[in-house]
Structures are given as C-alpha cells and as structure tokens.
Design a protein around this ligand. Structure first.
Ligand SMILES: *Cc1c(COP(=O)(O)O)cnc(C)c1O
Length: 250
C-alpha cells in the first residue's frame, strides 16, 4: 500500500538525487575529471530504513554510517542486494569486532592502536579489511584523525598489518560559511596522498588511491580538488532531525 506522504517523500528524494548528480557532473567537468571518477556515498545516519530503500531504488549503492550500533539494526532491516556499507565515524576499539562483521570498509581509522585492533579482528574473522586513514588536516581539537605530521609514520606501521588493506585518505573539513575557505584543506589531503604513494609502499594489489572528501556543503570544491568519493547526507535526504534533545544547547 502506498501512502501519499511516502510517494511525496520519494519524489523529493528523486529531485534531490537528480540535482546532486548534476552538480557532481558539473564539478567534475570543471576539475577536468570524468564524472565516473567520483562516487557518491549516501550518508544514512538518523535516516529511516524506508528512505534508505528509496535511495537504493534510485540507484545508490554506497552507504555510510557513523555508528556501529545504529548501522547494525539498519543494515539487517533494509536487505538491499549489492549495497555496500562503510563506517565513517569514530570507532571505539571495543566495537571493532562488530565493525569488521558489518562493514565493507572502515574510512575512519584514526590511530595505530585502532588499526592494530581491526587487524586482529579481521584475522579472527578470516578476512582482509579495506581501510582509509582519517586525517585531521586543520588540526581541530574537536576532531579525531591523524595530524598531517604523523601521517607518514602511522601509515608505514599500518601498511605492515597483513589483514588490513589501506586504500587512501578521508577527511572532514572544518565548518565554514564559504566552501572556498576549505579548498586548501582538500588540496593538502591530495598532497598527503601523493606523499604516501611515494614513501609508503603497499602489498601487491593495493594502492593509495581513494580521497574521501567533500560533504553536502563543500563537495563541489572537493571534487575540483580531486575527491574520488563524496559523502552526502543532507544534500540527498534533506535536513536531519536533531540528534538528541539532551545534546542541544540550553
Ligand atoms: C554526517 C557525515 C557526513 C554527511 O554530512 P552532510 O553534511 O549531511 O552531507 C559525511 N561524513 C561524515 C564523517 C559524517 O559524519
């Protein structure tokens, strides 16, 4: 049975998806890149299973979640063949086993200790886990991620874990009102990837290639600067409901 509200929701999503894809294509063109070189991840935190299935129906296959617990109930609910789920939020080591079970890739590796734990869990589950290293390019106190100065050393250690496959870098740019202000952040992440490519060899078959950068407010600039994967929540699903009454300011 179809309710008028639900079909309206679907139409809104469809319009936003079309608009998003058109903007991605235009930004790729400006950056002198192929549209197919930029993948769109649908970020589903706080989004209902119903709306996630709608995004799947519109052709989205790559999904990102911030929290292990939220992802667990959601992934089992939606059952979408061919969908790929990746973790993009900070991971506590005590949830590493669950994360290795649930996710195709972890984008938010932010310490060597976490990498070591994931490697051990991947070994126990008899798999090789693709990972990205998260970089706190602007060195914001409130954010996790390697500082640029520590990155090469950490990457060298992480590249030795046989059950991890490093594939690239991820960053969350600072919140600004003009996306032009974060262009240098994206440029720096790309330069860091180049440095890793030169100085941190990977096992055969693996390559430093992914640049996961760009969100709803800054994805066009990120694409112009070489992003290979943008992570879009609000730009696709609309405004998120406030996370928690208790976390709002009083
Ligand atoms: C929420 C989130 C996104 C998507 O944010 P929007 O601004 O809604 O596009 C992307 N990356 C991470 C790590 C996030 O937590």
């Amino acid at each position: 049975m179809e309710y008028p509200d639900e079909s309206r929701q679907f139409e809104q999503l469809e319009r936003r998806a079309q608009d998003l894809r058109a903007r991605v294509a235009a930004a790729a063109l400006r950056g002198g890149r192929a549209e197919s070189d930029v993948r769109i991840m649908a970020v589903t935190k706080t989004i209902s299973a119903h709306l996630i299935r709608d995004a799947y129906a519109l052709g989205f296959r790559l999904f990102g979640e911030n929290r292990v617990q939220e992802a667990q109930s959601k992934i089992s609910q939606v059952e979408m063949p061919g969908a790929v789920w990746e973790l993009i939020g900070h991971l506590q080591t005590n949830k590493a086993a669950r994360a290795v079970q649930l996710f195709s890739r972890v984008q938010s590796v932010d310490s060597v200790h976490l990498a070591e734990t994931l490697n051990r869990q991947a070994l126990a589950q008899n798999r090789v886990l693709p990972v990205l290293l998260e970089v706190n390019v602007a060195r914001e106190k409130s954010k996790t991620g390697f500082s640029p100065a520590d990155l090469t050393g950490a990457a060298t250690e992480i590249a030795r874990f046989p059950h991890l496959r490093p594939e690239g870098l991820m960053t969350v740019a600072p919140l600004v009102s003009d996306p032009e202000d974060v262009r240098p952040i994206f440029r720096e992440l790309r330069a860091l990837l180049r440095t890793l490519r030169e100085h941190v060899p990977l096992a055969s078959g693996a390559e430093w290639k992914e640049l996961s950068m760009g969100m709803t407010d800054d994805f066009e600039v990120a694409i112009e600067e070489g992003s290979t994967l943008i992570r879009v929540g609000r730009g696709l699903f609309g405004a998120r409901p406030p996370a928690h009454a208790s976390s709002s300011a009083v």
